[in-house]
Design a protein around this ligand. Structure first.
Ligand code: 13P
Length: 332
């Protein structure tokens, strides 16, 4: 493990004004996204779409990195590998290495993320293909009597093993414990579950001797569940989110990049701006959005070549807005 390499990659991932595009939808997920525009997903249509995002002019001004799916990192753009294309543009390539979340046996409604089998070999291969960082997503669901300690602890254990394996290969692990935002819970419940989850995950990371300066945390914002009648304001989301992290996230962690989790692009952007307006956080507070960066551009493209330019313009407008949100400064 080369701590200098890990720290410098992690710092580059949260460089000023920049964030990460999550474009690592698995085959099932990209089909779900394409369903909205009536398109069949296959390696060609997937690349045609992702190329629109990656080749958007000036995207490198707002993107430090892109998270790729296994299929994409093995594809080419303009005759060179996708990772090489992005690297020439000044954008780091990352790779989703988990194998998805499956039902946790005997724990109804809960999930465990798989993918530790053969991980070391896959990481070595991805490093050769140009990956500088990786992603592993754990899913924590809020519901009646869940999450259980068993679910949180088993996901934390798997996350720590993944993070340690990444650092051994000088690949920065994105640690993504996602508390889902879909239920009818209040923001207070989200805070309680997020606090408990992050505490358990950091305890395991420390136990497994993961270098905290060489990871990037990718959490949910602390927010009201989508089906909750009383929706907290952006200011409240920011207050609760930063408050939670100050309580439980070690200051050594290089940076925090939020997922959007199904918020609308405007919501995710506004919440990120309010989060950055609160002073006192020792970490960079940036973005690694999937849907909030992509949804509008995908709709404009609609699978038609004649819409590519307009889709790129839409994508760039959004990523610039999100970059501006991340660059807000505390109002004293
Ligand atoms: P969303 O921003 O759409 O939640 O996606 C981010 C991500 O990478 C989820 O794993």
């Amino acid at each position: 493990m080369n701590a200098t390499v890990l720290k410098s990659t992690a710092q580059a991932m949260v460089a000023s004004g920049k964030g990460i595009l999550a474009a690592d939808e698995s085959s099932g997920t990209i089909q779900k996204r394409f369903d909205k525009i009536g398109l069949k997903s296959n390696p060609d249509t997937n690349l045609a779409y992702r190329k629109i995002l990656f080749t958007a002019p000036d995207a490198q001004n707002y993107l430090s990195g892109v998270i790729l799916f296994d299929e994409t990192i093995k594809q080419s753009i303009n005759g060179i590998s996708v990772a090489e294309y992005l690297s020439k543009k000044g954008i780091l390539s990352g790779i989703k290495v988990d194998k998805g979340a499956v039902d946790l046996p005997d724990f109804p409604g809960e999930k465990i993320t798989e993918g530790l089998d053969g991980l070391k070999e896959r990481l070595k291969e991805y490093a050769q293909l140009g990956a500088k960082f990786a992603k592993w997503r754990a899913v924590i669901t809020i519901g009646q009597n869940i999450p259980t300690d068993a679910c949180i602890d088993s996901n934390a254990e798997a996350m720590a093993k993944y993070a340690s394996a990444c650092q051994e290969q000088d690949i920065v692990p994105i640690v993504e414990p996602e508390v889902l935002m879909d239920a009818d819970n209040t923001i207070e419940i989200c805070k309680e579950v997020t606090t408990k989850t992050l505490k358990a995950f950091f305890a395991k990371l420390v136990e497994h001797k993961v270098l905290l300066e060489g990871i990037i945390l990718k959490p949910n914002m602390v927010i009201s569940g989508k089906k909750c009648e009383a929706q907290a304001s952006s200011k409240e989301v920011a207050r609760q989110t930063v408050g939670t992290f100050l309580e439980v996230v070690p200051k050594e962690v290089c940076g925090i990049v939020f997922l959007s989790g199904g918020q609308t692009p405007d919501q995710a952007t506004e919440n990120l701006a309010q989060i950055n307006m609160i002073s006192g956080a020792p970490w960079q507070l940036s973005y690694s959005f999937g849907r909030a960066l992509q949804d509008e551009a995908l709709n404009v493209w609609a699978g038609k070549d004649e819409n590519i330019e307009a889709a790129q313009k839409t994508f760039l407008e959004r990523v610039k807005k999100v970059s501006d949100a991340r660059s807000q400064h505390p109002a004293f």
